[in-house]
Every structure is written in structure tokens, then in C-alpha cells.
Design a protein around this ligand. Structure first.
Ligand code: AMP
Length: 195
């Protein structure tokens, strides 16, 4: 069976989680959100959760080695039973992107496309402020941590765009608009990949 593996890329607050949920329903894909997996571990109070929390609460990245190992395990668990993956919040460094490509390559898989939700900074900040009211996430609640996360995105995560642009896989998507509007843009881009 042909696999479709997508990276849903974008800064914090761009709508990756919301859109992933809609995409997995329509395309029957497996959603792998490293942030969600870390939060699950925090809730269960696992050693991984304790470690991850110390980074997440400050708005900085969990170290690559930890994140990459965890992601690989999740792919291994699900790969026999899916028509593809949506990677949400991963890769977040060029190092992670290289590790992902190498790992997928070893199993005869690859990334089909990176869909990049493009949203300007002021809009991100106001969305995250709004989200803090309901998300229960400590990293949404503090404006300084939000600033930090946006800074980390610019410095450490943006290079991932260029990395996939050089493979002709970078597809920008206007991330402003209603949830449905953005979803249609994503579907159009995806359908162009899958034909
Ligand atoms: P998210 O839910 O994607 O906004 O991620 C929340 C936090 O989890 C981030 O601010 C990081 O501290 C951590 N995190 C999530 N994904 C990664 C990743 N791929 N690499 C490193 N840290 C991550």
C-alpha cells in the first residue's frame, strides 16, 4: 500500500493541531504530535514526561536525541497499520529533519510534502492568548514563554523549511481565515500531491 507522509509545519498557534485532526479523518492518516506525546507523558508522570516538562515550561525545545528516539518508537508502533503519518510539531530542527528522512528511508518510506501554515506574529500571539483560556497549558499562559517559543521557532525551526524546500517539498499555505477555509487550502495542496 502506498503511504502518504506529511509534515504539518508552522509556528506555535498556526493551527497545526486543529487542522491535523481534520486531515486524519479525511485521509485516514496517523497523527503524530510530539507535543501531545510529551504532554501525555507529563500527565502519566513518566521519566520522559518529567524530563520534557522542564524544557516545555520554559518554552525551549526538548533535546533532539530524546525527541527523535521517542518519535521513532511511535512510528514503529503504528507503521504496519496505517496509510501514512501526519507529523505535527516534528521535525523542529534541521537535525530532526535529517534523522527523520534517514529513518523513513531505512523502511522504504519518505516525506511526500511539507505543508507550512503561514501566520503572522501578531495573530499568533493573540491566538495563543485566547487558547490559554481553555488549553490548560502552562506554556500558553505566560506571555514571556510565548515570546520564547516564537523566538525558538525563528532560530531553530525555520531552517527546516529550507531543508525541505531544497527537496521541492515545501508548500506554503495561507493560515489566516476560518478553520474550514484553511482546511480547504490544505486539502487542495494535498490532492495535488496524491494524484
Ligand atoms: P507543541 O505542542 O507542538 O506546541 O509543543 C510544545 C512543546 O513541546 C514545545 O515548546 C517543546 O518544548 C516541546 N516539543 C514538541 N515537539 C518538539 C520537537 N519536535 N522537538 C523538541 N521539542 C519539542
Amino acid at each position: 500500500m502506498r503511504m502518504l507522509n506529511i509534515i504539518l509545519f508552522g509556528p506555535p498557534g498556526a493551527g497545526k493541531g486543529t487542522q491535523s485532526k481534520k486531515l486524519i479523518e479525511k485521509y485516514h492518516l496517523t497523527h503524530l504530535s510530539t507535543g501531545d506525546i510529551f504532554r501525555h507523558n507529563i500527565k502519566e508522570n513518566t521519566p520522559l514526561g518529567v524530563l520534557a516538562k522542564s524544557y516545555m515550561d520554559q518554552g525551549v525545545l526538548v533535546p533532539d536525541s530524546v525527541t527523535i528516539d521517542m518519535l521513532k518508537q511511535e512510528v514503529e508502533k503504528a507503521k504496519g497499520d496505517t496509510s501514512g503519518f501526519i507529523f505535527d510539531g516534528f521535525p523542529r530542527t534541521e537535525n530532526q529533519a535529517q534523522a527523520l528522512d534517514e529513518f523513513l528511508g531505512q523502511q522504504g518510506m519518505s516525506i511526500g510534502v511539507l505543508l507550512s501554515l503561514e501566520v503572522e506574529e501578531e495573530e499568533l500571539k493573540s491566538r495563543l492568548k485566547e487558547r490559554a483560556l481553555t488549553s490548560g497549558r502552562p506554556d500558553d499562559a505566560d506571555p514571556l514563554v510565548i515570546e520564547k517559543r516564537i523566538g525558538v521557532y525563528k532560530n531553530e525551526t525555520l531552517p527546516v523549511k529550507n531543508y525541505y524546500a531544497s527537496q521541492d517539498k515545501y508548500t506554503p499555505i495561507q493560515g489566516i481565515g476560518s478553520i474550514e477555509e484553511v482546511f480547504h487550502r490544505l486539502c487542495n495542496a494535498l490532492d495535488a500531491v496524491t494524484v
